[in-house]
Design a protein around this ligand. Sequence first.
Ligand code: HEM
Length: 319
Amino acid sequence: MAASASYLSLVVLVALAAVVSGQLSPTFYDTSCTRALATIKSGVMAAVSSDPRMGASLLRLHFHDCFVQGCDASVLLSGMEQNAIPNNGSLRGFGVIDSIKTQIEAICAQTVSCADILTVAARDSVVAVRISSYDPRRAIMEVPLGRRDSIDANEAAANSDLPGPTSSRSDLELAFSNKGLLTVDMVALSGAHTIGQAQCGTFKDRIYNETNIDTTFATSLRANCPRSNGDGSLANLDTTTANTLHNAYYTNLMSQKGLLHSDQVLFNNDTTDNTVRNFASNPAAFSSAFTTAMIKMGNIAPKMGTQGQIRLSCSRVNS
Ligand code: HEM
């Protein structure tokens, strides 16, 4: 009964995603490039197995792509958005996407967009790092495809549209609502911070000056993040499990162990507290909300039809 209910909700979710996305469809490459998805998956699995942090980095790359003029691979173009403050010296995974693109060009020339490769790579990264108790059918997360690549990028928009680690809760809500995402989507997607790492410069102020932080947690972080210097030293976003995506992020917030200021504001005697409590106590609710929000994020302003182009190389527009 429970299984059929969750299957039904997956079918509804996929159908809803297809309606919302117009021409995007999970079967977009089924005839034009039958091996596209398998090639992306094996590229992601190989990258994550040699560098376990890479799943986190690819997921973040997709977020930073979609929030700046839509999911159009603009972030992959050399320079430009890559020089923006939230990205410079921080985004990773460009080489993994470039290498998957090279493999795909060899089997299906100029057919599969970089924007779709990045979208599927983010999905496969989530699958690679999910906890085993997730409903496997949900974890498959059929993503609508058919995006095309931009012929430009926008550094100024990357600076203005991406939220920062010192953002307030209302700033975060605004950044997400500007992209058509709800507060519950924002709280669910922030659960991505149960994997990967952050540089000391992004949380230094929090561990030395904020009061809504567990004392032992703050002290343990200070050793590797001194008051002066060391801005590039890394700490796990989730102190307990750096390479597994699960709802521990929310229990950490309830214990005042959010690493970034922008994490802890989600549980700070405010309107998002109840959503955090729900996701902390109910892994299935988190899994479902995360899946829904990922698909919504992947549907932000895609280029379709004759817009943009299918790049030959993800790091530059076609000549
Ligand atoms: C809510 C607003 C968000 C803010 C303010 C934020 C900010 C940050 C910052 C400052 C870092 C550390 C970067 C560094 O030090 O190099 C980070 C890492 C990360 N973020 Fe976010 N983020 C947000 C939302 C998201 C979303 C929506 C996702 C994906 C769905 C995401 C996925 C990640 C991942 C996986 C990492 C670790 C990356 C790695 O280890 O390479 N973040 N984020």
